[in-house]
Design a protein around this ligand. Structure first.
Ligand code: ATP
Ligand code: MG
Ligand code: MG
Length: 379
């Protein structure tokens, strides 16, 4: 037992709290939005901004263990939480994964490949690097980006000035990456506990639409050796970075079988939601186990699965279908649809409102279910 404090009250915190409550833990979350997804299921929500020092102290006082559900935690707040409570994940992991350049260096130090990259300090440097890497290439802000925000795919030298001008407004370092013409995008979520136990979940094949995750397909439609290699890379990163809790590793797989790490997230990840019904242990239960230094659970895949995200624009079509026979249980193709909703009131466009895990005897049946459902037509 004990109380787990969660910095951030979004859906990742909500699903963490739902898993952890079943294990006997109490939850308190800190988030500035009233009635936040995690606040709805936690024992308490501290309603305050993430940089509010008094609120951080309050969270520390209430919690035996503290975790977070996003990586952009203020260093000042991390220090307070570490001094006044117990943050098993530490500050180093946040410091590394908050910044693309530090993150890439840490991945390379683990002996794992990343796409060729360069730190960019001026438009002239960008010009030189674009010539060196060739087009297309991708300019990214070092901090703060998500869902493809804070990036620019440079397709010709004519765009250099504008790309540099636009992204430098973010007032952070910039990094240029070579464009990887990937065959597939994969992710692997690994967990490591303070006692040094490490386990990886099966690799997911991820499909993005407009830079937002749309589907995760498991098992990924790649050779078994590549699945194993991806899982080994994630374990190597977890060990090399001394991760406690979860680390999500996003990867590119090229046609010739080469794997490159794209980026890391030191927390539960959208592409790991498939584990909720499809694995012996969910990513959320695993994170609780890891930060509480319990033995890790089995990551065995129980069934093929496809996770499909529900964004704001998908909620209305979902409502008109959900009570129709054959929707949640498509007996003709043997698909069970497990709908998860995060309790968000306003279904804004592109906002992550929930997801569906489609359990089937093979992933093709789950993909057929998605194709014949009109919810995602307007993607
Ligand atoms: P997230 O929401 O996953 O945190 P993000 O904004 O941090 O996204 P990235 O994951 O770096 O952004 O990139 C978003 C997507 O853009 C990737 O999933 C991939 O499809 C594409 N992409 C990014 N970098 C590259 C690259 N170097 N080569 C090819 N495609 C890339
Ligand atoms: Mg990211
Ligand atoms: Mg990403």
């Amino acid at each position: 037992g004990g109380t787990i404090g969660v910095l951030g009250g979004g859906q990742l915190g909500r699903m963490l709290a739902l898993a952890g409550r079943n294990m006997g833990y109490r939850f308190v979350t800190l988030d500035p939005t009233e009635d936040a997804p995690c606040g709805q299921v936690a024992d308490e929500q501290i309603l305050a901004d993430f940089d509010d020092v008094e609120a951080a102290r309050k969270l520390a006082a209430r919690s035996d263990v503290i975790t977070y559900e996003f990586e952009n935690v203020d260093a000042h707040v991390t220090n307070i939480l570490m001094n006044e409570s117990y943050v098993p994940q530490g500050s180093e992991l946040l410091y590394t994964t908050q910044h693309r350049l530090r993150e890439k260096r840490a991945i390379e130090a683990a002996g794992v490949p990343v796409a060729p990259y360069a730190e960019i300090g001026s438009a002239a440097e960008l010009h030189e690097a674009v010539i060196r890497f060739g087009t297309p290439c991708v300019l990214k802000t070092a901090t703060g980006g998500y869902d493809g925000k804070g990036q620019w795919v440079i397709r010709s030298l004519d765009e250099v000035e504008e790309a540099y001008e636009t992204l430098s407004r973010a007032k952070t370092e910039l990094v240029l990456e070579q464009f990887i013409h990937f065959d597939k995008e994969l992710s692997v979520i690994a967990a490591r506990s303070p006692r040094g136990e490490v386990k990886a979940f099966p690799a997911a094949e991820n499909i993005h639409v407009h830079n937002i995750l749309h589907q995760s397909i498991v098992p990924a439609r790649i050779p078994a050796e590549v699945q194993q290699e991806a899982e080994q890379l994630a374990i190597r990163i977890a060990e090399s970075l001394g991760v406690i809790g979860l680390i999500a590793v996003e990867l590119f797989l090229t046609k010739d079988g080469q794997l490159y790490v794209n980026e890391l997230a030191p927390r539960p990840h959208n592409s790991g939601h498939y584990t909720m019904e499809a694995c012996r242990t969910s990513q959320f239960e695993q994170h609780v186990r890891a930060i509480c230094n319990l033995p890790l659970g089995s990551t065995e895949l129980l069934t093929p699965v496809v996770m499909v995200n529900l964004l704001g624009e998908h909620i209305e079509p979902l409502q008109s279908l959900i009570d129709q026979p054959g929707f949640l249980e498509a007996e003709d193709i043997g698909v069970s649809a497990k709908v998860h909703l995060y309790g968000k009131k306003e279904a804004k466009e592109k906002r992550k409102m929930g997801h569906i895990n489609l359990l089937a005897s093979n992933v093709q049946h789950a993909l057929t279910w998605i194709e014949r459902t009109s919810i995602w037509e307007s993607k």
